[in-house]
Design a binder for this molecule. Structure first.
Ligand SMILES: NC(=O)c1ccc[n+]([C@@H]2O[C@H](COP(=O)([O-])OP(=O)(O)OC[C@H]3O[C@@H](n4cnc5c(N)ncnc54)[C@H](OP(=O)(O)O)[C@@H]3O)[C@@H](O)[C@H]2O)c1
Length: 324
């Protein structure tokens, strides 16, 4: 090719097109759609915040919704509020995710589940040195072990379901499950743990047409967040401010859209999208476009990530210099 301009144009077209073609050939698992209309969506932590918003959205989209939490009064209030805003009745189940037998009883009573959303979560921030071990265990038990209990209780019936259409297990992580954040040692550990669970479980259940979604919300305005804020170390606020705050309804819409499109990683805002690309690692990716962005942006996002770390460590150093 004699003309250098033509040669560069050729490269500019052929390299990305070849990459797209290669990705189309190798991406696993394959893209999938998870219908929710007239299907049973079971949401834990559905009496408050993100879970309540998710239950409302799912009901509006025609799903048969069940919600589970510990406090029956709060569940009944949530049921009324969903009925008021959608005209639809949801079923409620009171159980603690830490109690496997009670959970199994509730799940068996609820019947076949098509979409299981493990959304319950507790967050008690604080520096590890001053945090009680009881609080550390509490977060790991509810956020991580609770999800194991849920999946163990629901999976046998999901695998033997009569409706062989694709179904889903969604896990509510957090941006603190993608990057460790000051004041969140136990919470981050519980949410990072969900990623290992999700990546391994996806390989185990793909043969049953069950698809895993891992959702990563930023700070979200919920009753739980309002409580947490009362105890948050100031440095946690400074670092977490790198990603904005969202409304529970907006997070619920993004989460449901991600579940329905079978996305393994579901981010909720623009910063979350960048974080997901930067931390893609070896996680499954069904979307050719997203895989393309991950490959092309890997280097530049690593630099951006290092700038974030620089900024956070500078804030921590200034904090210590002030003697706080
Ligand atoms: N809000 C945020 O800023 C934010 C950001 C990222 C990720 N997240 C995650 O999103 C999820 C929902 O958070 P949220 O802010 O909506 O919380 P929330 O308003 O505090 O609601 C938590 C829900 O979980 C239930 N729950 C708590 N412990 C439970 C247990 N042991 N067994 C069964 N249910 C239990 C609660 O009901 P009972 O108390 O009656 O049991 C409630 O329905 C959590 O996994 C959280 O980690 C939240």
């Amino acid at each position: 090719m004699a003309n250098p301009n033509l040669f560069f144009l050729f490269l500019l077209l052929v390299v990305p097109l070849s990459l797209l073609l290669l990705l189309t050939l190798i991406l696993r698992p394959r893209p999938v759609k998870i219908p929710i209309k007239n299907r049973h969506v079971f949401i834990t932590g559905g009496s408050s915040g993100i879970g309540l918003a998710l239950a409302t959205q799912a009901a509006l989209q025609g799903a048969k919704v069940s919600i589970l939490a510990r406090n029956l009064n709060k569940l009944e209030e949530a049921k009324q509020s969903i009925k008021l805003s959608t005209g639809i009745d949801v079923r409620v189940f009171a159980a603690d995710v830490r109690d496997f037998d009670a959970l199994k009883k509730a799940i068996d009573e609820a019947g076949e589940i098509d979409v299981l959303v493990c959304n319950q979560g507790v967050f008690v921030p604080g520096e590890l040195e001053t945090q009680e071990l009881e609080e550390v265990k509490f977060m790991l038990d509810v956020n991580l072990v609770g999800c194991f209990h849920l999946i163990k209780a629901a999976l046998p019936a999901m695998k033997n379901r009569r409706d062989r259409r694709p179904c889903s297990i969604a896990l509510m992580s957090s941006q603190a499950g993608q990057v460790g954040i000051y004041g969140y040692t136990a919470y981050s550990a519980s949410k990072f743990g969900l990623r290992g669970l999700a990546e391994a479980l996806q390989q185990e259940v793909i043969g049953e047409n069950i698809h895993i979604s891992l959702i990563f919300p930023p700070d979200t305005e919920t009753p739980g967040f309002a409580e947490e804020n009362k105890r948050r170390p100031q440095l946690t606020n400074i670092i977490a401010a790198s990603s904005g705050t969202m409304k529970a309804n907006d997070v619920a819409k993004k989460a449901l859209q991600g579940i329905k499109s079978g996305s393994f990683i579901v981010s909720c805002n623009f910063e979350g999208f960048l974080l997901s690309v930067a931390t893609a690692g070896l996680s499954p990716q069904r979307s050719v476009m997203m895989a393309f962005i991950e490959v092309v942006a890997a280097g530049i996002l690593r630099i951006a990530g290092l700038f974030f770390q620089w900024n956070w460590y500078e804030s921590i150093a200034k904090w210590h210099a002030k003697g706080k």
